[in-house]
Design a protein around this ligand. Sequence first.
Ligand code: ANZ
Ligand code: ZN
Ligand code: ZN
Length: 857
Amino acid sequence: MKNQKNMEANAPKINPALVFLNKNAYKPQRIERKWQKIWKKTGLFTAEDFSSKKKFYCLDMFPYPSGEGLHVGHPRGYVATDVFSHLMRRQGFNVMHPMGWDAFGLPAENYAIKTGIQPRISTAKNIKNFRRQIKSLGLSYDWSREINTTDPDYYRFTQKIFLMLYKHGLAYEAEAPINWCPSCKTGLANEEVVEGKCERCHSEVGRKNVRQWILKITAYAERLLKDLEELDWPERIKEMQRHWIGRSQGWEIKFNLKTQTETLNYSADVFTTRADTLFGATYLVLAPEHPLLEDIKDKITNYRLVKKYIEEAKNKSERERISEVKQKTGIGIKGLSAINPINGREIALWVADYVLIHYGTGAIMAVPSHDQRDFDFAKTHNLPIIEVIKPVAGEKKLPKEAKPIVSSQDFEAVYEGEGVLINSGRFNGLNSKIAAERIGAWLAKKDLAKKAIHYKLRDWVFSRQRYWGEPIPIVRCQKCGLVPLPENELPLKLPKVEKYQPTGTGESPLATINEWVEVKCPQCGGPAKRETNTMPQWAGSCWYYVAYTLGDWRKKKEIRWDKKKIAYWLPVDLYVGGAEHAVLHLLYARFWHKFLFDQKLVSTKEPFMKLKNVGLVLGPDGQKMSKSRGNVISPDETINKYGADTLRLYEMFMGPFSQETAWSLQGIKGCRRFLERVWQMRTKTAKVPLVGENSALKRLLNQTIKKTGEEVKSFRFNTAVSGLMILANELEKQKEISLEEYKTLLLLLAPFAPHLTENLWQALKEAPPKLKDFAVDDSIHRQPWPKYDEKFMAEAKIILAIQVNGKFRDQIEVGRGITKGKTEELALKSEKVAKWLMGKEIKKMIFIPNRLLNIVI
Ligand code: ANZ
Ligand code: ZN
Ligand code: ZN
């Protein structure tokens, strides 16, 4: 080390322009803004396209810029990705860490309705506030890539992707009963209905028949499921997606229909995952919307009643229909029956709304002995029950045959598990799994069954009858039908309106602006009308992570879909955000991504390789922060009072990253005190030589270097911070601290407290740079991450005493933590000890770890 001598000779010069004299207290307000400006000016955190370094794409779920501004929950994720980004940069990666605004959606519009302020105006204002708040945290974002989903230059691409989906048959129009929020007066996707309530306003969601744009996400069901396996995501989120996609494998079995006198040409296909229970099927149920009902209505002798039931079912929400608590309603179809294909037995035909039209085939074979829902239904309507599966608990012998048909009143317990078949003719005695295959195969040979896979996932209802969203770029021509806008007419800009009130008629407020709606057909030039529905709030976030890779969004003309840049940056290596998006954004974005991949517009199968969920920050009272509770903490207050570095450090220190944690003022103060001590310690740095090679301090230093990096990489930020606190404590105990060790502390602390460490780093230089010619390489944030040396991390040697009958006889130098056995072995080799043991019998040896061994004779 060239400067060592020099350093030892002179105490470090403190640059007064950078640190306000030694006696000055730590005043973050005086340094944080200053460094933010300098970093921005020098482009310190700008990500470089095509750099020769290995890329690392580190992404936050971008916020919806609400009127309330940031709360302290937001920065927990942002600081984590920031610390991570800093570490990766300093370990030699070319890091992209971008930020933007997910700004379309209902809240802005609802706000507009309430206050009469245009959403575009309130949104711009909110973004400004969010940007100011986020910038005050000193996060190392590359702001040149900042995006805003409501910017027409941005949603030009959103619209373009929509049109591509349309051209590939993945966007279609349909009039269908959909989830309808009576309060937001708009249709909702299934994913937006949480426990029967609107995800936004928590109103009870109903059904409404509306013309809709729908995206065929189901076409990707299998891939969305299969590719989950290669993702490094929390298992819980993957499981939620698996569950939501809901793949079921089973058989579709054909039941022919007959009247009392004739076999009809009609049949009902049922979907079952339990073909093994076919002998136990005692009735067949059609969903009220099943099209077969219309075909056979002439044969139904009680059609008036059946029709009435069908009408009533239309108004019920799906949740109501499948709810387990309610009575299962239904109506028996008179005049017709179904034939069980396995044994020719005639069974009754029912319509009941616990069978859903969208799942499977919309029809089921009911097996009340082995399916709880069927059992409940059979009990209510007094239908027969046949037991066909016996659980086998170890015994080989077949259980006695049950009486084939029991009245539902006598039948008590449903057994839903697998077992051995009874009452099933020549399939008796087979195990469920095997029986299901054999029964299916046997029927398949007669063309009465086929293997089937069904998914719970439904297509995505993609239009909203609201104003504040991307217009759907399609016109309806009297002659040509639906005509997509030509690409050069994109973006189709959202027009300014006077009134945002949702009409409630199923049409968007855009429908009332005639001069916007009436257009010439791009194809034939004849009169046409624009689509007036808009896209849902999820559209813009389906590809925003691609948008960041495209470059500087302020230079709008330069933004092109640049596949080289995309290929360089994708996939996102680390993605951090809340768990609430498990089956919304995280599923939708994967779907779009796979479509873009198929179009060769992106380079990877999956968008987000590693996902981490951030735990909620609760109010100081341990409750969820909310305005009404008055327990919301704004980062502004904390930053003004304690500084951004303190806030950042506390966000990381407050608890395990993925766990809910309550905000604590005590904790904030503790972090502030810690930083003050680090600040103050600079006055102790001096011309002392480096500590000795075997000292405990040296060991701790090396261990801490190792630990900090490892803990950050595995998202244990809180223990990384406590490790730094321990190191600081030890350094502080020294009368004087060598500059080298102090600098190591700063280098490790820099990702957490970037301003304070930068300031001290500069001040400690022998020739501190002038601020006006500050260059990126001057920054602490460009210094390589410190290296540790295993050789100094070995445990220390200790001196262990050997006694014979409690009297000191010898001492040995051993490694700390040595075992009893090893100590005994060494002690018995000692000549000094051997003298005392000569001819004596050792009764026992008492070992006090790291202290002594007493040999009792
Ligand atoms: C007979 C049977 C016997 C069934 C038994 C289950 C147990 P998963 O695993 O969720 O896919 N089913 C099929 N289509 C339905 C629909 N549209 N609405 C309501 N229920 C429907 O469940 C598949 C099972 O759900 C199917 O297997 C069917 O009932 C029912 F002991 O058929 B099963
Ligand atoms: Zn709502
Ligand atoms: Zn036309």
